[in-house]
Design a protein. Structure first.
Length: 109
């Protein structure tokens, strides 16, 4: 998986804190997404379910989709991320909350 350098450094710190709490690394399902992959995703998904090519935070190396419990709204892993990830510069954006995309996290610095 790849991220923009500053996002990657922050993610390593977040991962270390997560490992300390849960005893395993963060599970990453997706991170950087090249433009051509975003084009295909945009064409395949229902309207409103994928960002317009060129506007995705994944394409900028500033987003990850997580698994391993973090992707489940209400899980201990997701709750921990909501309260601890912002101190490392990572957030589950407001548009992704309330069960829409609990797996999607963006680096805000």
């Amino acid at each position: 998986e790849r991220l923009r350098p500053d996002a990657a450094v922050a993610f390593v710190g977040l991962d270390a804190a997560y490992r300390e709490r849960f005893g395993s690394p963060l599970c990453v399902a997706d991170s950087y997404r090249p433009y051509h992959e975003q084009v295909l995703l945009f064409q395949q998904m229902l309207p409103g379910m994928a960002a317009h090519p060129g506007t995705s935070q994944h394409g900028l190396g500033l987003a990850v989709d997580l698994c391993g419990g973090v992707h489940e709204l209400g899980s201990p892993e997701h709750a921990w991320m909501l309260s601890h990830a912002p101190t490392h510069g990572w957030v589950n954006p407001h548009w992704a909350r309330n069960g829409f995309e609990p797996w999607h996290w963006e680096f805000t610095g």
